[in-house]
Design a protein around this ligand. Sequence first.
Ligand SMILES: [Zn+2]
Length: 413
Amino acid sequence: MQISILGNGHEIGRSAFLVSDGKTKVMLDYGVKIQPEPPQYPIKAKTDAIILSHAHLDHSGGLPILFEKTKPRAFMTDVTLDLSKMLLEDSIKVGKKNGYNVPFVKNDIKKMVKGTRRVSYREKFKTGAFSCMLYDAGHIPGSASALVKNKKTLFYTGDIQTTESNLLAGCKLPESADVLITESTYSYKNHPPREKEEERLKQHVEEALSNEEKVLLPVFAAGRAQEVLLILEKYANKIALDGMAKKASDIVSKYSYHLKDKKRLKNILKKIHWVHGHESRIKAAQHYPIIIATAGMLGGGPAIHYLREMKHRAESKVLFTGFLVEESPGRNLLETKIFQTAEEKFHVHCHLDQFQLSAHAGRPGLMHIIKKLNPETVICIHGEKTKEFARDIEKAFPSVQAIAPKNGDEIKV
Ligand SMILES: [Zn+2]
């Protein structure tokens, strides 16, 4: 088995790994690195099949490129297909608006949808001599890890969370694997206890409400928006939901059998205010103290409109609940109190804070996965400190060979 690292080596973004047995090629994800702009795509390659782990653009954002000239077969869960279609269509619009070229057109997304087979967790499917299966990755609704097997067994985590959240139960794992490709987003840290972070978030919201101030929560549309809604359930009638988070919430609630509680999200979505159009946005900013809006890293979307509106209010709060990639407007804002994109730059006086409600496993979770699967080889990707993580894995598991490949590397196992 040969594994080519086409992206996501020594970085976070543009996940793409090509697995080949000499006859059949299987692509695991084909994403984009969105920030900083202009976006970067993985190394080009042809493939017979694609397994998409989940809808986030750093995993799905380049998928239509693979359908431009050839007809590979893609495999993913139902909700992943709907969410990625939505995010991919939006990425074309964002490219036009921000003045860069997206290397595919709407018709390529159509071809992708047509060429996709929706698979359930634990359903066996074959491509060439590879026998494959998806496991619930516990990261966002529909997210999957992939087991790909011929002579050797390879397990690709995708983005994975070992512990449960309000929205999802934790990941499921196979009994063992010879080769593990593992994400390493939080390989260097333990998350603070989740309940404490949720409590801290609620306290901040409570404080703002009692001072008649505003709270803006910039969120990722798929997964995080719904998790934040569940955490702030008791404030549902004070919440306005805006941006792509609305459509994503609709899709997630349509496939609610992937969720830990099938009814809870549906009930909340009935109580909150849905923002539609510019007029409604202005009203929402006036009448609703809690705004949940995309984009999570403030790279675009209506969250920026609300930020502009409230920037002078020192007692209002901008609360981040997701990962902020280096050089993203959100990360820069948190570090400097200055919001800056190609079009504008302004100082934000609001209270800024970040909460660790991560949808990624922390270091103990990642170590647990390695211990459970007992692989011969671990390939560390999707992290800012993969080399250090590989070294630590070899120290903790002397029988394991751990590698932190860079883009362009090929690994034979
Ligand atoms: Zn993700």
